[in-house]
Ligand binder design. Structure first.
Ligand code: FPP
Length: 246
């Protein structure tokens, strides 16, 4: 038995799972405020939720999960909060490097990592390397990521290449352009979830979400559970079925 509105695993059609789910993990600050805790405590709880949800997605058989952990706009936050988020990221990467043997999750980072501290860049290279042979979930963590920034960086790479190879302008297709995005090789998400009741995309995966189903939930990210993930997939599958109907 489960509460009304709570989906159980059994109600999901496992033959029609989305291949790629993207999540905007929002509401850590509000969660903390509602519990009289510091914003830092909210982010800490958010990182624990990420661990749980990535395990749940892996067990369910989802192939790709992309999460928005730090945006190009997040540098505008107070220095203290940025420092805390970066330390949390260090801990998260260290823990996952340590536990890599026990998990079947491949971790990859998208975004402009060059602006991150060097020790973090090293941890990123390390985790990408030691998880690269994993056959389970591909977890893509967006760090210093902005959709417009990604498109501009892709354009710069393509521009340099095009000049060097004298590529004619009419040979620049969507397929050629996509090869220069951070998400090269990753299929576009079929479903994007944003928690905490906000209904906007905040510069996340702008190129990739052209046909993505949007799911907004009131749940704050630290409260998000695997049942909420099932619920979002269930909603997505209902829409899919209507889409294919007469
Ligand atoms: C949005 O909540 C969340 C963020 C800006 C950071 C997301 C980070 C995590 C979930 C944890 C860290 C992840 C890793 C990989 C270490 P908010 O602060 O905007 O919440 P609010 O809108 O309620 O204030």
């Amino acid at each position: 038995m489960h509460k009304k509105g709570e989906q159980s695993y059994l109600e999901i059609d496992v033959d029609q799972l989305p291949t790629h789910i993207a999540i905007i993990m929002d509401g850590n600050g509000r969660w903390a405020k509602s519990k009289n805790k510091t914003r830092a405590a909210g982010h800490k709880q958010g990182a624990d939720t990420l661990q749980k949800i990535s395990e749940a997605a892996d067990q369910l058989g989802i192939t790709h999960l992309t999460v928005y952990a730090f945006s190009t706009e997040n540098w505008k936050r107070p220095q203290e909060e940025i420092g805390f988020l970066m330390n949390l990221l260090r801990q998260y990467l260290d823990k996952n490097i340590k536990d890599a043997k026990k998990r079947n999750i491949r971790i990859r980072i998208i975004g402009d990592v060059e602006r991150l501290d060097e020790d973090i860049q090293n941890k990123i290279m390390n985790i990408e390397d030691i998880t690269k042979e994993k056959s389970g979930l591909n977890l893509h963590i967006a760090l210093n990521y902005g959709g417009r920034d990604e498109i501009i960086r892709a354009f710069r790479k393509l521009y340099v290449e095009a000049l060097e190879s004298k590529l004619p302008a009419n040979e620049i297709s969507e397929a050629v352009f996509e090869k220069h995005l951070d998400t090269v090789g990753i299929p576009d998400p079929e479903l994007i979830i944003r928690t905490s009741g906000e209904q906007r995309l905040s510069n996340f995966l702008l190129w990739q979400i052209a046909y993505t189903e949007l799911c907004f939930t009131e749940k704050l990210w630290p409260d998000f559970t695997k049942q909420d993930l099932y619920e979002a997939i269930y909603q997505y599958q209902k829409r899919q079925r209507r889409f294919g109907g007469i």
